[in-house]
Design a protein around this ligand. Structure first.
Ligand SMILES: [Zn+2]
Length: 347
């Protein structure tokens, strides 16, 4: 059982930085490369995990995370291994995992699910700030001078999880409705190779296999990535180890049944491999996927039962406990998870 090899104490540090995070970005990032098995390594940046496989013909990186981290990683890889990065594989398009790939573009191909291009596409120019729904609707609401765009002065001091510049795709110093609706994706280097259901990459005699997770809550472009020669499976965000689902936001897009099906499929698949590595949290194996699946089943059961019994949302948020998961990071988000599950069951 390989568990908790990396400190969970690290994992909260970045989640809690500000919305437009430049003002809180002075902390020294905690970065570490950890050997997992064979030629496979994890590379950690605060509470985010990247990973890479080294071969004689070059390196395959999963998720460059951000530009600053990618620059650091490139230098580390050059010093330690002296072979170039040939592939950057994307787990999915989200900015906090997929940004920074351009650092490797002189030598690498970029690989992601075909739906990544849809997620990265800019909405029509006619999109207004009031068209923005979902996670970034609070950004759109910052237009205090009602000129239809967000200036840096309007954004200052407000909370979101990404820098202003990450939203500002055309670099004009203003955020339009289209830029806010698209999200903070301006530092995501688009994939040069896409696939629909399954893709096998071979480099230096070793394989990386990308499999589409299917349409589900977290995103529509999620890849499960398997390194069969190293007996490692990597899954990001739709499965996390040792941490509760992120607030209520992880529930936002609906498709809970599809999400559960994807988790169960990953749980079965992971039994074929010795290690499972995730985008957040410690290295683990199939048993940790089971723990994650059981968390959702418990949360689902307690909220569904509460609704049937006529408990109010406010009362459930106040009083629901799942004590078996108290030791997980983010347990104080449980009331937000209750809110997310409540919406799943009632919307
Ligand atoms: Zn994500």
């Amino acid at each position: 059982m390989i568990k908790n090899t990396l400190s969970l104490a690290l994992t909260l540090s970045v989640l809690l930085v500000g919305f437009f995070s430049s003002s809180s970005g002075q902390e020294v990032p905690q970065r570490v490369i950890t050997h997992v098995t064979g030629d496979f390594y994890r590379a950690q940046n605060n509470n985010h995990n990247s990973a890479f496989l080294v071969t004689p013909e070059g390196i395959i990186v999963v998720d460059p995370l951000n530009e600053d981290f990618a620059e650091w990683l490139k230098q580390e890889l050059d010093e330690r291994f002296g072979v170039p990065v040939r592939y950057v594989l994307y787990s999915h398009h989200h900015w906090d995992h997929a940004s920074g790939g351009a650092v490797f573009e002189d030598t690498a191909q970029f690989v992601g699910h075909a739906n990544m291009l849809t997620h990265l596409a800019m909405p029509p120019d006619s999109t207004t700030l009031s068209d923005v729904i979902g996670q970034y609707a609070p950004v759109a609401a910052l237009d205090t001078n009602a000129n239809g765009q967000i200036e840096p002065s309007e954004a200052a001091g407000n909370d979101t999880d990404a820098p202003f510049s990450a939203f500002d795709a055309n670099g004009d110093g203003l955020l339009s409705g289209a830029e806010v609706l698209r999200g903070p994706l301006s530092q995501v280097r688009p994939p040069t190779i896409t696939y629909q259901n399954k893709l096998e990459i071979t480099l230096g005699g070793k394989r990386a296999i990308l499999e589409w997770v299917g349409e589900m809550n977290h995103s529509l472009d999620m890849s499960r990535i398997i390194f069969p020669e190293e007996s490692v499976m990597m899954v990001v965000d739709y499965i996390t180890f040792g941490r509760l689902p992120y607030r209520e936001l992880d529930y936002e897009l609906g498709m809970f049944q599809e999400w559960m099906a994807a988790i169960r499929e990953a749980e079965e698949t992971s039994k074929n491999y010795e290690y499972v590595t995730t985008g957040h949290g410690p290295l683990g194996n199939w048993e940790n996927v089971t723990e994650w699946r059981v968390y959702f089943e418990k949360l689902h059961e307690v909220v569904a039962t509460g609704i049937t019994e006529g408990r109010s949302l406010a009362e459930m948020r106040e009083n629901i406990r799942i004590p078996e998961y108290e030791h997980w990071t983010g347990y104080n988000w449980l009331h937000e998870n209750v809110l997310g599950m409540y919406h799943f069951l009632t919307d």
